[in-house]
Every structure is written in structure tokens, then in C-alpha cells.
Design a protein around this ligand. Structure first.
Ligand code: ADP
Ligand code: ADP
Ligand code: MG
Length: 680
């Protein structure tokens, strides 16, 4: 076994690999970019070496620098994690040339599976079933059109070099084919530097079922069973589980054998995943990922094996730790990927500092893999995944319940997250039944993305925000009084109750669409009465509630409202108070009660970059007339394209930035000449 390894990655996967290395007594060497000096993986590793600036190209993808650090640190092997250099055959070769073991398959196997088209041709010859499609060399439109006719619409146009759901477009009919090819081609060129495409029959409502395989250098190949990754958005996985619901033993065996055949066909060694698209009992090869997979923890939970340990042993020249007949499925595991993204806005990534993070309490059936914590930033440079939450249960029903419960205890403030969406999925009856397919999120979007019902109608939330705001005001006054020259001045009375004569304090709070003026009267012993004005939902006639707040054992707020005790947390964020309850964030704005009402928000027609991004394409010119909703600019951030559309009918006055420029969040992109006046 190795004495010392380097981990050429960051975030949760780097932390994950370090954990196994430590358990096995292997010294771990981390690398880090300028954006990651204080990252968790850097703190956890035995050594951490800087490799360059924040952009991945100059650090985590800089092959020469990484090999150089490995040599200087005396690492015998490099674990690439996933993403970055994990499927880069040149990197695997460079490791070998430097006398360092690449913890992954041989470069030839990476190459063979690197092109989806070439891999499909190879699988066809090995008797692995394929979805009908065209994966030939000819790339002219007439050929694609003819093949699409033959296959039958709808068809899926895919980048042959694709990954992470990028470079994929559906054409429902012949009239959509040209645009689909154009879109997939340009995305592929930008993301992978290779614009070759293939087309496949687009299956409606299929399942994504993949097989985890492992091979050693002694001709042994085993399947560590399947994972169902059908819960996806934008063709990217969000929830994965093992085993696949409803999988028969016969199908498991058939898919496992097909996957092992695929691995053997390319002389595979190490961990790999063969992805299939499945419909009923039928399944078809999609691609093979020649690396550890993001969702490998669910396999670890049902097999009780450490897949990173398997990788290390095999890379060190050992045989597979277990043969097929010693592998068993135990119970059920589900993983939810927690992303910094905004599901309500087409899942666009959200950047910022994690002001508050609180993970659910540890338990043996629960695992959290994360590379960030409170105080860390989600930057536009890397993947926006915050954490993976993995639960295990003896049955799927138990696992689903545990998933829902753990999600309700996960608290994140500072960036938008998909937590509410995940909770909605966990609570959905179809998910509970195991009726999964890849169209689930898109089809159920309306239900899944609905705002928390009756948020503004919950007096507990108003009371929590009010008492927190009051506590803040008191603290501020106490601090001011302490700093003041005359601490005994009546103006500095910390309670400030007397200021209002009969002792009350007014607060104006806004939650969603609702703005409310509350009056708080103190009562002896720290409690108070909270006067709520008539609010149609909360208290139609207005009312007065007895409230008392204290810090609870978890550092949160124990709020007693009319005698009923509630546990929640209030996090301060600029002029906002975020009340976190049941995994849900309720954002209150605290207004100065004396300030005039806010006017209309100015500049709603300014077109700005919603997040820091690179301009991928500019689709309009100054002077061009556009209609509301027309695409203007395509941005790329966090490996994802985002189209900025016209907010109104009008004429483009100026395009302020060109393709390839990097823009900060809030940078104005396009200005409009005054929109044409509507005639009366
Ligand atoms: P899967 O492994 O299930 O196929 P992905 O396609 O999402 O899922 O996995 C590869 C992706 O992992 C990369 O495209 C990248 O976005 C993401 N990734 C890369 N490095 C890391 C990291 N350190 N932490 C989290 N995610 C990462
Ligand atoms: P990537 O390399 O981006 O992971 P894949 O080929 O694995 O690309 O496909 C990603 C996802 O796209 C699949 O999990 C599935 O949801 C969807 N998909 C791929 N091929 C098809 C198809 N032929 N029909 C329907 N959906 C598909
Ligand atoms: Mg895939």
C-alpha cells in the first residue's frame, strides 16, 4: 500500500478521499488554488500545497504543476476525485511518465470511453444493448436529418465528449433539429473543445440506472449493484438511491453482467460506472464514467464497503477485496445533493458566503459529505454543490422518512439552495411509491417549487422575527450606551420602553408580500405581548399574543407563543432576519418604522448579470429591435449556460460587453433605448 498520496481535487470529494487515507494510515497531500486557501480539504490534509490562481485551468487542471507538486511532496500516487482531471487520459499518462501511480483506470480505457460515440460502437461489438441512434463520423446536417428520420422523433442530440448534462438538446420534430444541433454543437465546443455530436432516440419517462463496477489487474470484474439516478434536473442527477426500486433479481443480474462485459471490453481496472437508460425490463448503454461517481456513497451504504479503499488497494496492485458471491445488498440508501442554486430561476447557481450552516445531528443511518461550512464562500469558479446527504434504512420506506427528517433539520443561510425542492421531492407520493423517471422534476415542477404554503399566515414566524429584532435593538442600544459619555442618560435606557410613554416598541416587518406593523409590550420576567394588526390569514381581527423567547440547548430560539413551545433559529443577514424552521428559510426585512414607504424599485429594466460569469455569446447588436423574451446574451458560469432574455419589447441601445469577457454579479450587460410608447 502507498505511504503518501496526493489528491488532485477540492471540496467534498477531496475530504472524502483524505478520510479513507487517514483511516488506512496513508499520508495525504492536498492541493489548493488561491480561492481555497482556507478550504476544509486544505485543513484536513496532512500537507497542502498551493498550485495557482482560482480558475481551474490554472490550478486544479494544471497537469504540469500538479505532477511537479506530487514529485516534490514525495507522493507515490494521485487520486483525481471526480470532475477536473479524473477522466483525462493525458493526465493519467503524465502521472505514469513521472513514475507516479494514477488511482484510476489505464489511459487506454479512459480514452476508449471518453467519446460516447466510440464507446457506443465498441459496446455494440461487445453485445451490450444500445438505444437506437446514430454515432458515426459524418457530422453534416443532411446525415443527421436522415438518421433522425430513420430513428424517429423525438431525438436527443448529444455531445460525444459530453458530461455533466451539457451539450444535450431534444428535437421533438424535424423543425427543431437544426436548432438542437446548433445549440448542442456550440455548447460542446465551449465546454469540451470538441463539437462532435451523436443522436439517439429520446426516450420519454425512462429511468437512469447505473452499475458500479470494479476490476483489478488480474482479470476479475465485479458489480457492486445498481443505483437509480432518475431524479434529475437539466439531465443532471439530484437524488440517487440503491438498490433501484422495483429491480428484479433477474434484471440486476442482466445489467450487472452487461456492465462487467463493458468493463472487460476496454481492459478496465479500478472503479467505474456503466450508465444505462432503462424502460421496464429493457435497458440500454448510455456511457461509462471511468472514475469514482459523485453518488458512490449509496453503494457504500448498501454494501458496507469503502470504495475509495478499494480504489487504493487496486491501484497499489492488490486483487479485488471481495468476489461477486461475497457481495450483498443490505437495506436501502438514498443520497440528496444539496446545491447552491435557485430552483425557481431555472436552477441557476447561487454564489455568496455561507453565513450559517447547521447539519442534521449525526446518526449511524446518516452520512454527510461536505467540503464547506459556515464562513466559506460558494464561488463561481467551481461546482456549486454544498453537500451530499445520505441516509440508510432497512427498507426504502424508512430511508425516505429519514431523508425527509434530515432535510428538515438542514439549515443553510447565505445562498439560495435546493433544500426546499429536495424536501418537496422526499414528501411527494410518487417518490414514496418509488415511481421514478427522469422527467419527474420537470413534470412535477409546479408542485415541487410551490412557495411554502401559508408562510405569511404563521404567527410563530412573525413572533420569532419580532422577538429577534427586538433583541437586536436592545443589544445595539446597550452597546451604544456603554460607549456613550453619559451612560445614565434616559436616551440610553437599554430597554427603551419608557421612550414610548406607556412602554411599547413598534416594529415593521416584511415577509414575502406582507408588511406588518407590530407592537410589543413588555411583561415582567422577560415575556411580552405581541399586538398583531388585522391580517386576513394570521389573525383576521388582529390580536394580542403572549410570547417569550430564550436560547435553546442547540443555540437556537426556544419560542413560547401562547404557552406552546417552538424550536427555531433566527439568523441575521444584513437588514434581514432569516427565520429557519423545519429546513425552510423565511426571510424577513426589518424596516425603520419611521421611514417613508419604499417606492417602486428603480431600474427593473436594467439588464445585469445575475451571477459572476463569462459571456459565452452575444446574440444582438446595438440598434436591433427585440421582443420581450428574445434571447440577448448567453452567459456561462459554473459549467452551465444561462440565457439572458429581453425584459420588454424595445430597441437595444448598447451591448456593453463582448463574448469571452468575465463579468461580475450586477454588471450591466445591455441598455435599451426608450421603449416605444404604447398608443392609448
Ligand atoms: P456523476 O458522478 O454522478 O456522473 P456528475 O456528472 O455531476 O455526476 O459528476 C462529475 C461532476 O462532479 C463534475 O462535472 C463536477 O461538476 C463535479 N465535481 C468535480 N469536482 C468536484 C468536487 N470536488 N466536489 C463536488 N463536485 C465536484
Ligand atoms: P452525461 O455525460 O452528461 O452524464 P448521459 O449520456 O449520461 O450524459 O445522459 C445524461 C442524462 O440525460 C441521463 O441520465 C438521462 O436522464 C438523459 N438521457 C440521456 N440519453 C437519453 C435518451 N436517449 N433518452 C432520454 N433521456 C436521455
Ligand atoms: Mg452520464
Amino acid at each position: 500500500m502507498f505511504q503518501k498520496i496526493l489528491i488532485a481535487n477540492r471540496g467534498e470529494i477531496a475530504c472524502r478521499v483524505i478520510a479513507t487515507a487517514r483511516r488506512l494510515g496513508i499520508v495525504s497531500v492536498a492541493i489548493y488554488s488561491e480561492a481555497d486557501g482556507r478550504a476544509l480539504h486544505v485543513a484536513l490534509a496532512d500537507e497542502a500545497w498551493p498550485v495557482g490562481p482560482a480558475p481551474a485551468r490554472e490550478s486544479y487542471l494544471a497537469i504540469g504543476k500538479i505532477i511537479d507538486v506530487a514529485g516534490r511532496a514525495g507522493a507515490e500516487a494521485i487520486h483525481p476525485g471526480y470532475g477536473f482531471l479524473a477522466e483525462n487520459a493525458d493526465f493519467a499518462e503524465a502521472c505514469a511518465a513521472a513514475g507516479i501511480v494514477f488511482i484510476g483506470p489505464p489511459p487506454a480505457a479512459i480514452r476508449a470511453m471518453g467519446s460516447k460515440a466510440a464507446a457506443k460502437a465498441l459496446m455494440e461489438r461487445s453485445g451490450v444493448p444500445l438505444v437506437s441512434g446514430y454515432h458515426g463520423a459524418a457530422q453534416d446536417f443532411s446525415r443527421f436529418r436522415a438518421e433522425a428520420e430513420r430513428i424517429g422523433y423525438p431525438v436527443l442530440v448529444k455531445a460525444s465528449a459530453g458530461g455533466g448534462g451539457k451539450g444535450m438538446r431534444v428535437a421533438a420534430g424535424p423543425e427543431e433539429l437544426a436548432a438542437a444541433i446548433e445549440g448542442a454543437r456550440s455548447e460542446a465546443r465551449n465546454a469540451f473543445g470538441d463539437d462532435r455530436l451523436l443522436i439517439e432516440k429520446y426516450m420519454t419517462a425512462p429511468r437512469h440506472i447505473e452499475i458500479q463496477v470494479f476490476a483489478d489487474a488480474y482479470d476479475h470484474v465485479v458489480s457492486l449493484f445498481e443505483r437509480d439516478c432518475s431524479i434529475q434536473r437539466r439531465h443532471q442527477k439530484v437524488i440517487e438511491e440503491a438498490p433501484a426500486p422495483g429491480m428484479s433479481e433477474a434484471q440486476r443480474q442482466a445489467m450487472g453482467e452487461a456492465a462487467c462485459r463493458a468493463a472487460r471490453a476496454v481492459g478496465y481496472v479500478g472503479a467505474g460506472t456503466v450508465e444505462f437508460i432503462a424502460s421496464g425490463e429493457k435497458f440500454y448503454f448510455m456511457e461509462m464514467n471511468t472514475r469514482l461517481q459523485v453518488e458512490h456513497p449509496v453503494t457504500e451504504m448498501i454494501t458496507g464497503e469503502d470504495l475509495v479503499e478499494w480504489q487504493l488497494r487496486i491501484a497499489a496492485g492488490e486483487a479485488l477485496p471481495l468476489s461477486q458471491d461475497r457481495l450483498r445488498v443490505r437495506g436501502h440508501a438514498i443520497e440528496a445533493r444539496i446545491y447552491a442554486e435557485d430552483p425557481a430561476h431555472d436552477f441557476r447557481p447561487s454564489t455568496g458566503t455561507l453565513i450559517h450552516v447547521r447539519e442534521p445531528p449525526r446518526a449511524s443511518h446518516l452520512r454527510i459529505d461536505s467540503g464547506v461550512g459556515a464562513g466559506d464562500a460558494i464561488t463561481p469558479y467551481y461546482d456549486p454543490m454544498i453537500a451530499k446527504l445520505i441516509v440508510h434504512g432497512e427498507t426504502r420506506a424508512t430511508a425516505v422518512r429519514r431523508l425527509a427528517a434530515a432535510l428538515a433539520q438542514y439549515e443553510i443561510v447565505g445562498v439560495e439552495t435546493n433544500l426546499a425542492l429536495l424536501r418537496a421531492i422526499a414528501a411527494h407520493p410518487d417518490f414514496a411509491r418509488g415511481a421514478l423517471d427522469t422527467g419527474f422534476i420537470a413534470r412535477e415542477a409546479k408542485t415541487l417549487l410551490a412557495a411554502p404554503a401559508g408562510e405569511t399566515a404563521d404567527p410563530v414566524l412573525w413572533a420569532a422575527a419580532a422577538l429577534a429584532a427586538l433583541a437586536d435593538a436592545r443589544r445595539e442600544r446597550a452597546a451604544e450606551a456603554a460607549a456613550s459619555a453619559d451612560p445614565f442618560s434616559p436616551w440610553n435606557e437599554a430597554g427603551a420602553w419608557r421612550m414610548n410613554g406607556d412602554g411599547y416598541q413598534d416594529l415593521v416587518l416584511t415577509l414575502g408580500e406582507e408588511t406588518v406593523r407590530l407592537r410589543i409590550h413588555p411583561e415582567p420576567g422577560g415575556a411580552c405581548r405581541l399586538d398583531l394588526p388585522p391580517m386576513p390569514m394570521v389573525c383576521p381581527m388582529g390580536g394580542s399574543l403572549r410570547a417569550e423567547a430564550a436560547e435553546d440547548a442547540e443555540g437556537g430560539m426556544a419560542l413560547r407563543l401562547e404557552g406552546v413551545l417552538h424550536h427555531l433559529r433566527v439568523v441575521r443577514r444584513a437588514d434581514m432576519l432569516v427565520v429557519v424552521r423545519g429546513g425552510c428559510n423565511h426571510v424577513f426585512h426589518v424596516a425603520d418604522p419611521l421611514a417613508p414607504p419604499a417606492g417602486e424599485e428603480a431600474g427593473s429594466e436594467r439588464l445585469v448579470a445575475p451571477i459572476p460569469a463569462r459571456i459565452a455569446r452575444v446574440l444582438v447588436k446595438a440598434g436591433e429591435r427585440v421582443r420581450k423574451g428574445d434571447p440577448l446574451i448567453v452567459l456561462e458560469a459554473m459549467k452551465m449556460e444561462m440565457t439572458i432574455v429581453a425584459p420588454l419589447d424595445g430597441v437595444v441601445e448598447n451591448v456593453l460587453h463582448g463574448a469571452e469577457e468575465m463579468v461580475e454579479e450586477g454588471t450591466e450587460l445591455v441598455t435599451f433605448a426608450a421603449p416605444p410608447r404604447k398608443s392609448c
